[in-house]
Write a protein that binds this ligand. Structure first.
Ligand SMILES: [Zn+2]
Length: 471
């Protein structure tokens, strides 16, 4: 008996080009073993007719619980102007109201929607640690365990990004909305990270759950706290993620406390390196973007959230010039990884008043050789995998067999040929085109449907009813 399984779509993405007559094979551990054009291999592979096969999307920045405020913040709460900071108060209302069971149900809803959108890996930036009044649960890792369980029930690969939060901000009084997030002592935080690692290794022996760390931001932890967590992560080889310069107010506070904006401060303190990911990095200078690139750091942009919150436009033209950019669904206002990818480019078009701003090769009037679609797709896949230290996001031997297929006759793609297909997918794909999704060689979405969907949706609907029915 051969333990390999093979799949043969009409087209398969290799690098940034589609090829036909190629089958993908994976072994029983869920790793890609080879791509083959041998007639005997093509004959025994499972046919995926009328479909193109691509590496699964990597969602590098998610707060699953924020799914509950979708559609509940699109109004003005102040007579003057609504901002990120007013939105945040609503988000805190939800963060403090959810029970552990509801956090689990919400994570399942969120992860289910991700699977249906072609996401195979999620990096959950997890900062809901305690009970609503700030008291740790008897099992301090309870909520981490529920998030990991939710991801694996749905079938996603998870990086649990354990997040440290110690204070409201420089010279700011404690905010009751943040009690659930707070672990004041960095040594305790590190012990909690180790407990999560032990749980992940013990409960998910296939390696589908790993752990990373995130000092939340230089607002929420002091520089000293950041350094303790960062040096622990460096010793352990764990990725370090942090919210950086999402808001100008955050920059102003950092200048007030340390005399420098966050990226400049991090560069000075040795905080930038190739395992570091700056989330957002919207309000940075050209010199700061150069420092991020020189250090080999990744910037994770979340354009669908950043536009919803009015954060600003990330300078992908600076950052992708020899640098790495991942993508995240962040607030879950939309779960559409290729919408995030295309907005990297579209936001620059609106601000620069020009087209194809991020194209690699000028003067080549062809969508494939321009390199634009491939570059944006790499942000949604390979770059995300890199910043989570995972071997996924590409269809190559040794990588995880995480992939999805799209229906070539879907109205959003109909008429595309081999040359135009990747640009068609990156700029125009609708979720209706997504047919099959596999994680580690196991199929989790079949013909656009997930087996758990009815139960997950019903459970989440009940959560929303309880949360928002104020009588
Ligand atoms: Zn975030």
């Amino acid at each position: 008996m051969n333990p390999e399984t093979g799949w043969l779509p009409d087209y398969l993405l290799i690098g940034d080009s589609f090829a036909s007559g190629v089958a993908l094979f994976a072994d029983a551990t869920g790793r890609i073993t080879r791509l083959s054009r041998e007639p005997a291999d093509l004959a025994r592979a499972i046919r995926l007719p009328g479909q193109a096969l691509l590496p699964g999307c990597v969602n590098a920045h998610s707060h699953s619980f924020q799914r509950v405020i979708r559609g509940r913040t699109e109004h003005r709460t102040s007579a003057t102007r609504d901002t990120f900071w007013t939105w945040r108060e609503k988000m805190y209302h939800a963060a403090t109201a959810l029970t552990p069971e509801e956090i689990h149900a919400t994570a399942r809803m969120c992860f289910l929607e991700m699977a249906l959108a072609g996401i195979t890996t999620v990096g959950e930036f997890h900062y809901l640690h305690h009970a609503a009044d700030g008291t740790p649960y008897a099992d301090r890792s309870l909520l981490s365990k529920l998030i990991a369980t939710a991801a694996r029930e749905v079938g996603l690969r998870l990086v649990l990004i354990e997040t440290a939060y110690a204070r409201a901000g420089w010279n700011r009084p404690a905010n009751p909305g943040q009690r659930r997030f707070i672990t004041a002592d960095p040594a305790q935080f590190i012990a909690d990270v180790e407990a999560s690692q032990a749980f992940a290794a013990h409960s998910f022996s296939d390696g589908a759950v790993t752990v990373a760390v995130a000092p939340h931001s230089l607002r929420a932890v002091t520089l000293d706290y950041f350094k303790q967590v960062s040096s622990y992560a460096r010793q352990q080889g764990l990725p370090v993620h942090m919210h950086v310069s999402e808001q100008t107010g955050e920059n102003d506070d950092c200048v007030g406390e340390y005399g420098a904006t966050p990226v400049t401060l991090l560069a000075r303190e040795g905080g930038l390196h190739d395992a570091f990911t700056a989330i957002h990095a919207v309000h940075i200078t050209g010199a700061e973007s150069a420092a991020l690139r020189a250090a080999g750091a990744t910037v994770c942009a979340c354009p669908t959230t950043e536009r919803n919150l009015g954060d600003g436009i990330v300078r992908a033209d600076w950052l992708l010039d020899g640098g790495q950019m991942a993508l995240g669904t962040d607030s879950q206002v939309q779960i559409a990884p290729l919408e995030d990818a295309r907005q990297l480019e579209y936001h620059l078009r609106l601000s620069h008043h020009e087209r194809a701003v991020l194209a690699l090769n000028a003067g080549l009037p062809d969508d494939r050789v321009s390199g634009l679609a491939g570059k944006l797709f790499a942000c949604a896949t390979e770059h995300g995998a890199r910043c989570l230290r995972l071997n996924t996001g590409k269809l190559a031997p040794g990588s995880a067999a995480d992939f999805f297929t799209v229906e070539l006759n879907d109205p959003s793609l109909a008429g595309a040929d081999e040359q135009s297909l990747l640009a068609g997918i990156v700029f125009s794909l609708e979720r209706t085109a997504i047919r099959q999704v596999f994680v580690g060689g196991k199929q989790i979405v079949h013909d656009g449907a997930h087996a758990l969907a009815p139960a997950v949706v019903a459970q989440f609907t009940a959560v929303q009813r309880r949360l928002w029915n104020r009588s």
